[in-house]
Design a protein around this ligand. Structure first.
Ligand code: NAP
Ligand code: MG
Length: 454
C-alpha cells in the first residue's frame, strides 16, 4: 500500500509545512488522458496565439515572483537570493521560448520534379520529471520549449519539493493556458514518474536526477522507442593553473562548489590545482571558505542554507567519516535544520570515494596536477562530463583545455554554466541530449518531410 499524502518539512527548521496529496496510478492515467485530449486543440492554436499565451504566463510568474521565491525558501531551504534568481529564471525561460512558436522554421530543399519542404511536428504529451535541487528552473527548462513546440506537458515534481511546481501550474491556468496543456502531478517517482515511461500516450520523457534512475528511464523508454532527454549527475573539475589570478580563483571557488549547499549537478566539486601554486591557492581558499555564511535562508546575507533532508545530510556525512583528510571546514548554526558545513578535503589518493563519486553536498576535494596534459587527464578521469571551469590568463591554454575536457558546459575564469539562451547538457554518463538554447524545440518535435510534385 503506497501512501497517498506527503508531509512537507522546512529543511531549515524541521517544522511541518503542509500535506500534499500524491497522485495514484489511476489519477495519473486520467490526467495523461486529459493532456492527450488537450494536445489535439493546443497543436492547432496559431503560433502567434501560443506565443501570446506564453508571454502572459511569463508575466504571471513575474507578478508572483516574491511569493514563488518565499515558497522555495520554505520548501527547499534555498537562500532567498537564490530563490528569487530561480523564479526569475523560470520567467525568463518562458519568455525566451514565447518567441519560438513563430520562429520554428522548416526548410525548402531543392529537389527535381516538385517542391520539398520540412515541418516540425509536435510529439504529443511530454512527461517532465523534476528533481528537488532546482525545482523551478528545471521544470521550466522542460515545459517551456515543450509547450512552445505545440506539445502538452505532464510534470512530476520531486516528492519532497512540489510546492513551486504546483504554483507554476496555477499561474499557467490563470494566464489562460487551456486546461490540460500544463498539468502538475505531484506523486512518487515509482508511481507517477514510472507511468510517464510506460504510458503509450506520453511520447517523450525529460528526466533530471540521478544517473542510476536515468539509466532505468532510458531502458524503459526503449520499450516504446520513446524519446528521452537525460540530465544526470556530475563530478566537475575546477582547473586552476599557476598563471591564473589566484586571488580571483580562490574567491570564486566556494561559489562554484557550495552554491545551493553543493546540491547542484554542475558543482565544481573537484578543484585541480597546478602543483607550483597548490600551497598559495590553499592559503587563499581557506578564508574564502570560512567566509561562507551558513544559516537562516530567509536572511538576505546568508550565502548557504541547509541540505534538503535528513537523508541527504546522512549521505553527505558519509563522505566525511572521522579521520577524513579535512583541510578546513566552515561552521553551521546550532539547533534544528539539516546543516552541513562547507568542507574542503585534500585526499592522498584518487581512489578516495570523495574524489570519484558525486556527493551533492558542500564537500569539495582539492587535487594537485603537474602540467596541462595532466590536468586534462585528471579532469576526464570520471564517468561524468557535465561542466567545468578553467582559470588561467593564457588564452591559448584556456581554449586547448576547454576543447580537451569531455564535458558539455565549460567556463573560463568564471563558474557560470547555465544560461537559458545557450545549450546545456552532459557528455558521457552526465546525460543525453541538450536543453535550453536556440535549438531546444528540436528535442520536442519530429521533422516531417513533404514532397509536392509539380
Ligand atoms: P532521483 O531518485 O533520481 O529523483 C529524481 C526524480 O525522479 C524525482 O522526481 C523522483 O521522484 C523521480 N524518480 C525516482 N525514481 C523514479 C523512477 N523509478 N521512475 C521515474 N521517476 C523516478 O534522485 P534523488 O533520489 O532525489 O537524489 C539522489 C541523488 O541523485 C542525489 O544525491 C544526487 O547525487 C543525484 N541528483 C542529481 C540531480 C541532478 O540535477 N543531476 C538532481 C537530484 C539528485 P521522487 O521525488 O518520488 O523520488
Ligand atoms: Mg531517488
Amino acid at each position: 500500500m503506497t501512501a497517498t499524502t506527503f508531509d512537507i518539512i522546512n529543511p531549515a527548521t524541521e517544522e511541518f509545512l503542509e500535506t500534499v496529496e500524491l497522485a495514484s496510478l489511476a489519477e495519473t492515467d486520467t490526467l495523461i488522458a486529459r493532456a492527450a485530449a488537450a494536445f489535439e486543440t493546443w497543436r492547432k492554436v496559431s503560433p502567434s496565439d501560443r506565443a501570446l499565451l506564453l508571454r502572459r504566463f511569463a508575466a504571471a510568474v513575474d507578478a508572483d515572483l516574491e511569493n514563488l521565491a518565499q515558497l522555495e525558501v520554505r520548501n527547499a531551504g534555498h537562500t532567498i537570493g537564490n530563490a528569487r534568481w530561480e523564479a526569475g529564471n523560470a520567467r525568463d525561460v518562458i519568455n525566451y521560448y514565447s518567441a519560438a512558436p513563430e520562429r520554428h522554421f522548416g526548410r525548402q530543399i531543392p529537389v527535381a520534379g516538385g517542391l520539398d519542404v520540412t515541418f516540425h511536428e509536435p510529439l504529443g504529451v511530454v512527461g517532465v520529471i523534476v528533481p528537488w535541487n532546482f525545482p523551478m528552473p528545471i521544470a521550466a527548462w522542460g515545459f517551456a520549449p515543450a509547450l512552445a513546440a505545440g506539445n502538452t506537458v505532464v510534470l512530476k515534481p520531486a516528492e519532497i519539493t512540489p510546492l513551486t511546481a504546483i504554483r507554476l501550474g496555477e499561474l499557467a491556468r490563470e494566464a489562460g493556458l487551456p486546461d490540460g496543456v500544463l498539468t502538475i502531478i505531484p506523486g512518487k517517482g515509482s508511481v507517477v514518474g514510472e507511468r510517464f515511461v510506460t504510458h503509450p500516450a506520453v511520447r517523450k520523457v525529460v528526466f533530471t536526477g540521478s544517473t542510476q534512475v536515468g539509466k532505468q528511464i532510458m531502458a524503459g523508454c526503449a520499450e516504446q522507442v520513446k524519446r528521452v532527454t537525460l540530465e544526470l549527475g556530475g563530478k566537475s573539475a575546477n582547473i586552476v593553473f599557476a598563471d591564473a589570478d589566484l586571488q580571483a580563483a580562490a574567491a570564486a571557488a566556494p561559489g562554484g562548489a557550495f552554491d545551493n549547499a553543493g546540491q547542484d549537478c554542475c558543482a565544481r566539486s573537484r578543484i585541480l590545482v597546478e602543483k607550483s601554486a597548490y600551497d598559495s591557492f590553499l592559503e587563499l581558499l581557506e578564508p574564502a571558505v570560512r567566509a561562507v555564511k551558513v544559516g537562516d535562508p530567509t536572511d538576505e546575507s546568508t550565502v548557504m542554507g541547509p541540505l534538503i533532508s535528513a537523508r541527504q545530510r546522512e549521505t553527505v556525512a558519509g563522505f566525511v567519516p572521522s579521520g577524513a583528510p579535512i583541510a578546513f571546514q566552515g561552521e553551521v548554526p546550532e539547533g534544528p535544520g539539516f546543516w552541513f558545513p562547507p568542507t574542503v578535503l585534500a585526499p592522498d589518493s584518487f581512489d578516495d570515494r570523495a574524489v570519484r563519486e558525486e556527493i551533492f553536498g558542500p564537500v569539495v576535494v582539492v587535487v594537485p596536477f603537474n602540467d596541462e596534459a595532466d590536468a586534462v587527464r585528471i579532469a576526464n578521469d570520471t564517468e561524468y562530463g557535465l561542466s567545468g571551469s578553467i582559470w588561467t590568463q593564457d588564452i591559448g591554454r584556456a581554449l586547448r583545455v576547454a576543447r580537451g575536457v569531455d564535458a558539455g558546459n565549460l567556463s573560463v575564469n568564471s563558474h557560470s554554466s547555465v544560461r537559458y539562451s545557450t545549450p546545456f547538457g552532459g557528455f558521457k554518463q552526465s546525460g543525453l541530449g541538450r536543453e535550453l538554447g536556440p535549438d531546444a524545440l528540436d528535442s520536442f518535435s519530429e521533422v516531417k518531410n513533404v514532397f509536392i510534385a509539380h
